[in-house]
Each structure stands twice: as structure tokens, then as C-alpha cells.
Write a protein that binds this ligand. Sequence first.
Ligand code: AMP
Length: 290
Amino acid sequence: MPHLQQPTMSVVQRSSALKERVEFYRKKGQRIAFVPTMGGLHKGHLSLVKHAKVTADVVIASIFVNPKQFGPTEDFDSYPRDHTTDVAMFEEEGCHVVYIPEVEEIYPPDFKTVIQVPALDGVLCGASRPQFFTGIATVLARLFLQVNPDVTFFGEKDYQQLLIVKQLVKDLGLPITVEGCPIIREQDGLAMSSRNKYLSEEERAMAPALYQEMQKAVQEMTSGKKIESVLQVSKKRLKDLGFDIDYFEVREIASLALVEKDITQTSRLFAAAMLGNTRLIDNIEVSLKS
Ligand code: AMP
């Protein structure tokens, strides 16, 4: 038999066309992985596709800048949208389908439902962006039902989102496995993000200081210094460098409960800060011994 070449990737905009593709794969008994994104692709997104390819026969990615997760003064209009480049990057990485729906395909004009995971969405990013996780949970429920995957991949870069997705899938009884993937960083340590494109040259040079400070703080906390004072000193140093800090705190890895006194179990240090007009977020494990 001649060697079959990988068919070219399909780009679909309609959920009906997506459904046809999915039914085709299902009939062949293939395992389907799903990688949702908002585009503006970088190696962090592509790492999810790499992970997906290991465990699934078919990888479906989506690009959808979800209006429901942006507040009125946030960057919905300026969010990077370059579908040509993104599609080429997904194809290069070996995706089989890219789903790029219009807003109406996800939210028809009479759409009224919201999905919320209140136990996890009120802290960290949810405290300063009240609409954020409701928007995310709602869009992902829609996407999961349209794509109908066996497994879906999310980055630990958005750790709170990963927890919320896991809870949502469990609570709704969706037959989907949710896999978390490690944070991909630039060489200087800055966590890759679509929003890094907004940074000026000067801000880009300063941005890795956030991760450096986080590493320093973790080292000090695990060597026995008081959490509160370590965090205070770190925040002051970051402020002096020009970061406007939203949060810089240690939380438990499953409940996201605040850890204020002793690290008695593996936790995470979570940080979010504005550098100029760019919101940076990051997180890093705080293990009992490092
Ligand atoms: P976004 O396009 O920002 O909605 O992100 C889509 C997916 O890519 C989410 O699961 C993110 O957590 C993941 N992601 C974004 N940046 C990174 C990164 N630097 N490393 C790993 N995953 C990432």
C-alpha cells in the first residue's frame, strides 16, 4: 500500500461543518483531542498541540476571541488577530482541523445562558476581572459540546482557568479528560503570552523581572522565611521597577485557598501585574522542599 500522506488541515467556520469532520473521525474510531485558543499563537499554544498529538489520533484546535471574557475597558478590540499566520502555525504543528467560528456560531442572537464556577472564580484573576471566568466557562461549555472531544489540553500558565475547566467538566458530567501542560517561557524566563506583543522594547526588557522575583520569593519561603514578609518585600521591589501589582500570593493548588502562614503542602505562587498597558500573569510551584 502506498504511504498515505497527512491530509491538509481543514479550516472550518461553521459548527455544522465541524460536526461532519468529527463524525468522520468518530466513525473511524479515532481519539479526538481539542486545543482551544484565542489565537495570537506562540510556542505555548503549540506545546499543547504537541502534547495532544501524543495521546490522540486527531487534533482539533480553535481560534475564538471570546467577547464574554473581556470587560468593557479591556483589550477585546486590540487583541492580536492574524488568522493566516495562526492557521499556518497550526498546520505546521500537525493539527487536523482548526475551528474559527464567528461570534453568532457560539452565541446565537438569543443566547441567554451563563455558566459559573463560583467556588474557584472569585479570587486571583476573577477578583479583578468579574466577567472573566464566567465568560470562559460559558464559551468552553459551548465549544466542548460542539467539538465533542475525548481529551482537551490547557496550559498551566492559566492555572486558575485549568482548575475551573476541570471542575466544569466534572460537574456537567462531560466525557472529556482535561490535561494540564507546563508553562512555556522565553529564554529569559518571561511566560509566553499573546499579550507580550503589546510590550514596548523597554517594558519587554523589564518583564522577566516578574518571574525572577517569583523564583526569589519561592526560594526564600521554602528556606523558612515568613511568607508574609517575603511577599511584601517582593511586591515592593516589583513596584519600584514599575509593575502595578494586582496580586502576588500563595494559594493551595486545588482549592486556591490562601496560604498565609506555613507551607504545609505543595502550593503555588500566583502573580498578576500591569506593566504599562500590558497585563502579565504567571505562577510557579512552591514545593515543601526545593
Ligand atoms: P489563550 O489563547 O491565551 O486563551 O490560551 C490558549 C491556551 O494556551 C490556554 O490553555 C493557555 O493556558 C495556553 N497557554 C497560553 N500561554 C501559554 C504558555 N506560555 N505555556 C503553556 N500554555 C500556554
